[in-house]
Each structure stands twice: as structure tokens, then as C-alpha cells.
Design a protein around this ligand. Structure first.
Ligand SMILES: [Ca+2]
Length: 217
């Protein structure tokens, strides 16, 4: 009897072992298309010359990391992207978060020289790092950016397709009421908010500058 019990325990341990192995993170790949329609036709108010989007930067991460969220205070890295389109500081922050296990991988993407236009990225998510966030500066602008932060899990696995609007956000780190104006840093730093600038708010609501489409490969 004792032998049988020992044998059963061994079988159970074995089963646990194989199930643990099966749940090891297996990357799932998404193609991400940023379909940017921002133009003088869609957003005529004060539409700036040489409007463009700076290089994409972001991360695949879990919920203990946040790149931007309504009401949060921008990190120095996000400030640097939103005001100058510079990614070096945010890359360092993402690396530190990666060292702590909160970020699985850093997302880097091209800039968009002129709008409207399209950017295509490929991102790999895992069971551990299932959130995707990235940002890019609206340029020129004081501290305005667009980006997304999405959860790609579904009730039974992974979503096949997800489409989210590219809203314009104000990082709350600099003043300025026009695309060309940037006043000193706001003190204290204000919250990250969806922009209420009239260039993006219409009678029927906020108009995004495009959409991001996630397609499982
Ligand atoms: Ca601002």
C-alpha cells in the first residue's frame, strides 16, 4: 500500500511538472498597424506645417508597469518623448523595469516623417507580459503625444483582432496652447490627460488622429 501511495505521488509530481512546463511563456506574435489619418482635412484647426510623429517607443509588460495612464504623472522618460521626441531616457527607464521583470521587451518603431501615413510593428507578448504600450510625440507640439496601452488577453486566450483609437494626450509637463508654443515646465507637474485642445475636440466629441490595429499572427 505504501509503495502504491509513493507511486501515485510520483505520478502526480510528474503531472505537475509537465503542466508547469506547458505553461512556460510561449510568445504570441501580433502585427500592429498604426493607421494615422491626421491631416489638415481631419483636424483643420491650426494644423501645423511639417506635422509628423516621432519614433515609436514602448514595451510589452505586465500590470506592475505603466507607460501612461489617465491621471498619472508622466515619468521623465515620457516627458522627454512628449516634448522632444527623444527616446533615450525612456529606454533607460524601460530597461530598469525590465531588470525588475515588469517589462518583457522594449518596442522600438520608426517615426512617421509626414502625416497621414502608416507604421507597421511586430510585437511578441507572453503569458507573463501581456500588455502592450507605446507612445510617439505629435510634432510640433508642446507636450502632446499619442499612443496606446492594451491588454491582448481574452477570456479564452488571446484576442485575434483589436482596434483602438489613437487619441491625443497632454503629458502635463509643459504649457503651450498651440502646436508651436512651449512654455516652461508646469510646476507642479500636471497629470497625463486626454487632450481637450480644440484642435482635437469637435462638436460630436474627441476625434482621434487614427487607429492602431492589432492582428494575431
Ligand atoms: Ca501640456
Amino acid at each position: 500500500m505504501g509503495t502504491l501511495r509513493a507511486w501515485l505521488v510520483a505520478v502526480c509530481l510528474c503531472a505537475l511538472g509537465s503542466s508547469a512546463q506547458a505553461s512556460e511563456p510561449q510568445p504570441v506574435t501580433y502585427r500592429v498597424t498604426l493607421d494615422v489619418d491626421w491631416s489638415a482635412q481631419t483636424h483643420p484647426l491650426d494644423f501645423p506645417d511639417r506635422a509628423h510623429l516621432t519614433a515609436i517607443i514602448g514595451a510589452v509588460h505586465h500590470r506592475r508597469y505603466s507607460l501612461f495612464r489617465d491621471g498619472d504623472t508622466a515619468s521623465s522618460g515620457l516627458e522627454s518623448v512628449a516634448e522632444r521626441g527623444r527616446t533615450r531616457l525612456l529606454r533607460a527607464e524601460l530597461q530598469e523595469a525590465a531588470d525588475r521583470g515588469r517589462v518583457g521587451s522594449v518596442i522600438k518603431g520608426p517615426h512617421l516623417d509626414a502625416v497621414p501615413g502608416e507604421i507597421v510593428l511586430t510585437v511578441d507578448v507572453t503569458q507573463r507580459h501581456y500588455l502592450v504600450s507605446f507612445v510617439t510625440m505629435l510634432a510640433p507640439s508642446p507636450d502632446w503625444f499619442t499612443g496606446v496601452s492594451v491588454d491582448l488577453r481574452s477570456s479564452d486566450g488571446w484576442v485575434d483582432r483589436l482596434e483602438v483609437p489613437l487619441l491625443v494626450w497632454d503629458a502635463g509637463t509643459a504649457g503651450g496652447e498651440t502646436f508651436y508654443e512651449r512654455t516652461d515646465d508646469t510646476q507642479p507637474r500636471q497629470s497625463v490627460r486626454i487632450s481637450s485642445h480644440p484642435a482635437f475636440v469637435f462638436a460630436d466629441g474627441i476625434k482621434p488622429i487614427g487607429r492602431a490595429i492589432f492582428e494575431r499572427q
